[in-house]
Design a protein around this ligand. Structure first.
Ligand code: MN3
Length: 221
């Protein structure tokens, strides 16, 4: 379970310390715990060649594994610096090519994410087939890359637990304020690493190393 790269109160007043603390220590932690349980059961099922059990675990692995992956990206996307996004560094040319302006992209992101029905995630993504940036959403905790093939650059949690304490049911206001703390370059330095010149040319994935836990049941995180 990774620590946040900043203090729980670092995003105040946009996101309260209470929200950040509950979100990280309760919600994210629960996904990690349940993923570890599912993976231990998977180990046993594989060892005993229980195919039905293996198949029955897929939903839990997808939901909790996705919850873990998505939250890691979300924490890395956020930065304590509160200022409207104007400079996306290496992504600038691709943003202008795909959306016309940075403000146009932000508007499209907020519109799309606001309209997601139920719980899920909003994404700014790279489509490696056509070389374009895309705005999309996924339901529940579906991880973008594993379920769509799109490369996540910016992931925004639009589950109510991400904003209800601070914004009640006003998801739109949450998104407007949150975008002052989003940092795409910071995100893709930790997820897929992009080299753009002037558009995306190739991708190198930087895998996170997971510490060994020694003996005992396998824990992946
Ligand atoms: Mn969440």
């Amino acid at each position: 379970m990774p620590n946040l790269p900043y203090d729980y109160n670092a995003l105040e007043p946009t996101i309260s310390s209470e929200t950040m603390s509950i979100h990280h220590t309760k919600h994210h932690n629960t996904y990690v715990s349940n993923l570890n349980i599912a993976l231990q059961e998977l180990d046993s099922a594989v060892h005993n060649n229980e195919i039905t059990k293996i198949v029955s675990l897929q939903d839990a692995i997808k939901f909790n594994g996705g919850g873990h992956l998505n939250h890691i990206l979300f924490w890395d996307n956020l930065t304590p610096t509160s200022k409207p996004i104007k400079d996306f560094g290496m992504l600038n040319d691709s943003i202008l090519d795909s959306f016309g302006t940075v403000d146009g992209m932000k508007e499209k992101l907020i519109q799309k994410f606001s309209k997601l029905q139920g719980s899920g995630w909003g994404w700014l993504a790279y489509n490696s087939i056509n070389g374009k940036l895309e705005v999309t959403t996924t339901k529940n905790q579906d991880p973008l890359l594993a379920t769509t093939g799109l490369i996540p650059l910016l992931g925004v949690d639009v589950w109510e637990h991400a904003y209800y304490v601070d914004y009640r049911n006003n998801r739109h206001e949450y998104l407007i304020k949150l975008f002052r703390h989003c940092s795409v370059p910071q995100a893709h330095s930790n997820a897929p690493r992009l080299w753009l010149s002037p558009s995306v040319r190739w991708l190198i994935f930087v895998r996170r190393t997971t510490p060994s836990t020694g003996s005992g049941p396998r824990r992946c995180f």
